[in-house]
Design a protein around this ligand. Structure first.
Ligand code: APR
Length: 402
C-alpha cells in the first residue's frame, strides 16, 4: 500500500525507520523495500520540494554501478551525460586532463541530483514503499536498546511516534539523527578557510570540461549543469552576503579569473541562484550508535571541492542496506558491526582528496612568508599534475573514484 499522506499522529512502527528522502535515504529505502524489509521514510519537506531541490549531479562510476545493481539507474542511463575532462587555467598557462583515459579510466555521469532523487522517489512509491512527507523527526530515543523510537511532528505540528528495530539517519548534517547522538560522540571538523560564491547562471556551458581557474584574485570554477544552465563558483570574501556583488561585477570577476582574453569568452546570462558556501568538512567518528546508524551528510560532510557528497551517500546507503538485510533476514550482524569502519575508510579517502583539491585550487591567505611558501608549493603541484603521468593517474583515480 503506498502511503503518500502526511504522517498520522498515532503510534506506528517499521523494522527500519529512515530519516530523510535525499540520495542516501531513498537509495536505502529502495534496496530494503525490494528485499522485503519493512521500512518507512520520514521526510520533513513535501513531495514537490524533494523532487525540485536543485543540487549538483556529478555521479562517480561506482555510484552508477550501485544504482544499476538495484535497477535504479534507468533515468540517469537515458538522460545522464558522460563527462571526463578537466581544464585547468593558471598563471603558468592552461592544460586539460582527459581523466576518463587515465587511472581506472572511469567517467563521471552528469545528471542533476533533483532528477536522480525524483527517479528514486518514483521507483520507491511505485514499488509500494511507505513514506511520510512533512513528517519532521524530532528525536531518536532509546537507540542503545533494541526498540528505538522516533518522535515526529507533522505539518500541523501534531506529534507522532514511530517504533523501530533500527533507525537510519539520512537526514543530513543538521537533522534529528545527529542531534540524537550520545553526548561525547566525537565529530572531526575542519574549516578550510575558504569561501565560495556559488552561482547558477541561465547560460549554456562555456567549456566542454569542468573548468578550474587559479588566479591571483582567487579561484573560479565552471561546471555544466544542463545545456542551458551552468554552475560557477567564485572564491569570495568570508562573511560577505550573497548579494554583495552586482551581476556586472560577478561576470567581470569570472572573465578575469577564467582568463577569457586568452581562452575566449564565457556565455553570460541571468544569475538564477546565489549561495555563499564556506568550505568545511566534518566526520562523525562512529556511524553506528546501537540501533541508530548514519549515512550520507548525516555521517560526514566532504568539502564540495571534489563533488563527493552524493556519491558517498549512495555508497553508504548500499552498505547499510546490505548490513541491515543480513541482520534482519538472517540474524547475521557482522556487516552491521563492521559498517562504520567500512564507511569511514571511504569517507577519509574522499576527505583527503577534497582537502588536496582545496590546497591545489586556492592561494592561501596568511602571513607573507608563509603565503609565499604555500603558493610556491601550490604552483609546483600544478606543474607536477601538468607534466607527470603518474600524478595524473592518481588524480583521475581519486577524482572519479570512491
Ligand atoms: N526529519 C525528516 N527529514 C529531515 C530532517 C528531519 N528532522 N532534517 C532533514 N531532513 C531531510 C531533508 O529535507 C532532506 O530531504 O533529510 C534529507 C537529507 O537529504 P540530503 O541533504 O540530500 O542528504 P543525503 O541524502 O545525505 O545526500 C548527501 O546529496 O544533497 C546532496 O550534495 C548533497 O552532499 C549532499 C548529498
Amino acid at each position: 500500500m503506498t502511503e503518500r499522506q502526511k504522517s498520522p499522529a498515532e503510534q506506528q512502527s517499521a523494522d527500519v525507520v529512515i530519516l530523510g528522502a535525499g540520495p542516501a535515504g531513498l537509495t536505502l529505502g529502495n534496496i530494503l523495500h525490494a528485499a522485503g524489509i519493512d521500512c518507512v521514510v520520514l521526510e520533513r519537506a513535501d513531495d514537490a520540494h524533494v523532487r525540485t531541490r536543485a543540487r549538483a549531479g556529478f555521479l562517480a562510476a561506482n555510484t552508477v554501478r550501485v544504482l544499476e545493481r538495484h535497477g535504479l539507474a534507468d533515468g540517469l542511463n537515458r538522460r545522464g551525460r558522460p563527462h571526463g575532462t578537466c581544464e585547468f587555467r593558471t598563471e603558468d598557462g592552461s592544460f586539460r586532463l582527459d581523466y576518463g583515459t587515465l587511472g581506472r579510466r572511469e567517467l563521471h555521469t552528469v545528471y542533476p541530483q533533483q532528477d536522480l532523487v525524483t527517479d528514486l522517489l518514483a521507483r520507491y512509491l511505485d514499488a509500494g514503499g511507505r513514506i511520510a512527507f512533512q513528517a519532521e523527526a524530532q528525536t531518536v530515543r532509546d537507540a542503545d536498546g533494541p526498540r528505538p523510537t522516533v518522535t515526529v511532528r507533522d505539518a500541523e505540528g501534531r506529534p507522532g511516534l514511530w517504533r523501530a528495530r533500527y533507525v537510519a539517519g539520512c537526514d543530513g548534517r543538521h537533522g534529528a539523527a545527529r542531534r540524537s547522538l550520545p553526548p561525547g560522540t566525537r565529530r572531526h571538523h575542519r574549516d578550510h578557510g575558504v569561501t565560495w560564491l556559488g552561482l547558477l547562471a541561465e547560460a549554456p556551458p562555456s567549456m566542454d570540461a569542468v573548468g578550474y581557474a587559479m588566479h591571483p584574485d582567487g579561484f573560479a570554477g565552471h561546471m555544466a549543469r544542463t545545456a542551458d544552465i551552468t554552475r560557477y563558483y567564485l572564491q569570495y570574501e568570508p562573511g560577505a552576503p550573497a548579494d554583495a556583488w552586482s551581476e556586472k561585477r560577478i561576470w567581470a570577476a569570472l572573465d578575469r579569473r577564467m582568463r577569457t582574453d586568452e581562452h575566449g569568452p564565457l556565455h553570460h546570462g541571468r544569475i538564477l541562484q546565489r549561495s555563499v558556501i564556506h568550505l568545511e568538512s566534518d566526520v562523525v567518528e562512529q556511524l553506528r550508535h546501537g540501533s541508530l546508524l548514519l549515512a550520507g551528510d548525516a555521517a560526514s560532510l566532504p568539502a564540495p571541492a571534489a563533488a563527493k557528497g552524493a556519491n558517498l551517500a549512495v555508497l553508504e546507503a548500499e552498505l547499510l542496506a546490505e548490513a541491515l538485510i543480513d541482520e534482519l533476514r538472517r540474524g547475521d550482524s557482522r556487516a552491521l558491526d563492521g559498517y562504520s569502519a567500512r564507511c569511514l575508510a571511504h569517507i577519509w579517502r574522499a576527505q583527503e582528496f577534497a582537502h588536496w583539491m582545496i590546497q591545489f585550487l586556492h592561494s592561501p591567505v596568511g602571513p607573507a612568508g608563509e603565503s609565499f611558501f604555500h603558493e610556491s608549493m601550490r604552483r609546483s603541484r600544478v606543474e607536477s599534475l601538468r607534466t607527470s603521468r603518474t600524478h595524473q593517474d592518481w588524480f583521475a583515480e581519486n577524482y572519479v573514484g570512491l
